[in-house]
Ligand binder design. Structure first.
Ligand SMILES: [Zn+2]
Ligand SMILES: [Zn+2]
Length: 333
């Protein structure tokens, strides 16, 4: 039997698959899932003292979350599945019909015809058994061609019921949502810790700060341990923010650590280079130059689009300090 409108497009609409109260109160379902996600994240956080400290990059965080939640997601799947009712949707079933040589036959017409033909009541009852119809509808949707459908051993009601359960549950609970909550927290910690502008630092200061954190580095090994930008006086292969738990600690994927701030549309590209080159000029001059991003595209990287100069206002005091630092050096060098 085929449905009046295109059956394939409508797929599983034949089934009333409802989160019992959730379907009537979608906001309840949303709140319930949100609470679940947050609980998972809270539980995940117990495994580390501080997300930023434990996870150097967002990728590290995501990998750990994935590992942590796989069992939680199974629990969620099971508890959601228990709350889903799956049954044939009789409204839709009433529209089933088959256009054949004997006319346009609906499911109900067929029953009337069978009774008229004095088919035994028990046979009719068996044909209209809900579980039996459920199997027919499932198989019919999956294998629209009758040749294909009849040529294979049909699945049992129980098997098909389980398939429907899985279909109805999928999409309701998402790893991505849990990741999002954890990522938001990590980003907040990162942003807070990395608020200050990176200030120029001498090799000697780096060594002192690193040794204070039990990092193995000496005057002799300094250049083997750190990639150091002599001109801008910046470490290039470890976090330069004293408040960050990863300050001066070596990580292979340092660029991923700082990539978060580069996603910001107002990230001041080449700020240190500009402050160095324009150290005898005003903060406004540096801001203007950085805002046009004219220097950032120099190193074969994709040229970022210009930014609104006023979006750098909060940095002005620190840029002033930066200019003074670089000005001091220009006398020495
Ligand atoms: Zn950092
Ligand atoms: Zn670290």
């Amino acid at each position: 039997m085929e449905e009046e409108s295109d059956a394939e497009e409508q797929g599983f609409q034949f089934f009333e698959c409802s989160f019992l109260e959730f379907i009537r109160y979608p906001e309840k379902k949303k709140a319930w899932l949100e609470k679940f996600y947050k609980n998972v994240v809270e539980d995940f956080k117990k495994s580390s003292r501080n997300l930023l400290e434990t996870y150097f990059t967002l990728d590290d965080l995501r990998a750990a979350i994935k590992k942590h939640v796989s069992s939680d997601l199974n629990t969620l799947a099971n508890s959601l599945t228990e709350q889903i009712t799956i049954a044939l949707c009789w409204n839709k079933m009433g529209h089933l019909k088959n256009l054949a040589s004997c006319g346009n036959v609906r499911l109900s017409d067929f029953k009337a015809w069978a009774m008229e033909m004095q088919v035994e009541e028990s046979t009719i009852a068996a044909a209209y058994d809900e579980r039996q119809l459920f199997v027919h509808v499932c198989e019919g949707l999956k294998y629209p061609s009758s040749r294909e459908r009849l040529g294979r051993e049909p699945k049992t009601y129980e098997e098909l019921f389980q398939v429907c359960q899985e279909e109805s549950y999928s999409g309701n609970c998402q790893l991505s949502q849990i990741e999002k909550y954890a990522e938001d927290e990590w980003r907040a910690l990162y942003t807070e810790a990395h608020k200050p502008l990176v200030m120029p630092i001498s090799p000697h200061q780096v060594i002192e700060a690193a040794q204070a954190r039990s990092i193995q580095v000496t005057e002799e090994s300094f250049l083997q341990v750190y990639r150091y930008d002599k001109k801008l006086k910046l470490v290039r292969n470890a976090c330069r923010i004293p408040d960050c738990p990863h300050y001066l600690i070596l990580h292979r994927n340092f660029n991923q650590h700082i990539s978060v701030e580069r996603e910001r549309s107002n990230f001041p590209h080449a700020l240190h280079l500009m402050s160095h080159d324009l150290s005898d000029q005003s903060v406004e001059a540096v801001v203007q130059e950085v805002a046009t991003c004219s220097q950032a595209g120099r190193q074969k990287r994709r040229k970022p689009s210009p930014i609104e100069p006023s979006s750098l206002d909060p940095l002005c005091d620190e840029i002033q300090v930066l200019l003074q630092e670089y000005k001091k050096d220009s006398g020495e060098v």
